[in-house]
Design a protein around this ligand. Structure first.
Ligand code: SF4
Length: 229
């Protein structure tokens, strides 16, 4: 991916109550991604170039001080961007909570953000198990994902793990294996599954996805599976 360094942000959602639990937030959508998930429904963000600079984003956030609780860094993959740490430092100084949505592929910067106590919440995508990670994401980034998971597990940062499910790619058996993987890695708490959205433009050419999973049978004594969307 060739980063547009001066204007890395594709667009800004000025207000949402849906992205950060119990908080009002805005979302900064960062252009570009190092994965190409078949079900990705943000192709224009993943393939596109940004048009908003960090400075412009900061100017916007100045107008939202004391009005919004949080800033969500999403994309694309927000942690790919040069100077992301500096931007997050600025946002924290302004008094906002910081949530990042990440595919887990950048553990080095994630570690730094954790160590500097710059994160209030992380949503980590668990795309797939190693054997079909490449098929689903068209990348070979399972190892960095796993490092990110371990970093978050060792940290005090609140985080969730979530998976997008297309019924052609993840069936009940695979979903069970994914829960098992999380259990083996000592993840406890909520595991969010979001179904593929039919009838939207996606990166890959996938057919209709059915709602094929049962949250009750997937949940275990330590992991509670929830469905979103
Ligand atoms: S769904 Fe995949 S390709 Fe799309 S933004 Fe997330 S990680 Fe990138």
């Amino acid at each position: 991916m060739k980063e547009n360094v001066s204007t890395p942000i594709y667009s800004i959602t000025p207000f949402t109550l849906l992205d950060y639990a119990h908080k009002s937030a805005c979302i900064l959508w960062f252009a570009g991604c190092n994965m190409r998930c078949l079900y990705c429904y943000n192709p224009e963000i993943v393939r596109g170039k940004g048009s908003i600079s960090f400075e412009k984003a900061i100017a916007f956030l100045q107008t939202r001080k004391n009005l919004l609780d949080a800033v969500v860094f999403s994309g694309g993959e927000c942690l790919l961007h040069k100077n992301i740490l500096e931007l997050i430092v600025e946002v924290k100084k302004m008094g906002f909570l910081v949530k990042i949505d990440t595919n887990g592929s950048k553990p080095t910067i994630l570690k730094e953000l954790i160590e500097k106590q710059l994160l209030d919440y992380v949503a980590l995508d668990f795309k797939a198990l190693p054997y079909h990670f490449e098929k689903i994401t068209q990348s070979e980034l399972f190892e960095p994902f796993e490092k990110s998971l371990h970093l978050l597990l060792k940290s005090q940062v609140k985080f969730e793990v979530r998976t997008t499910v297309h019924s052609d790619l993840i069936d009940e058996k695979v979903a069970r294996m994914m829960v098992c993987y999380l259990e083996k890695n000592n993840y406890t708490g909520n595991y969010y599954i979001q179904y593929f959205k039919n009838d939207v433009e996606t990166l890959g050419d996938l057919g209709y996805s059915s709602r094929n999973l049962n949250p009750e049978t997937l949940s275990t004594t330590t992991i509670k599976v929830h469905f979103r969307g």
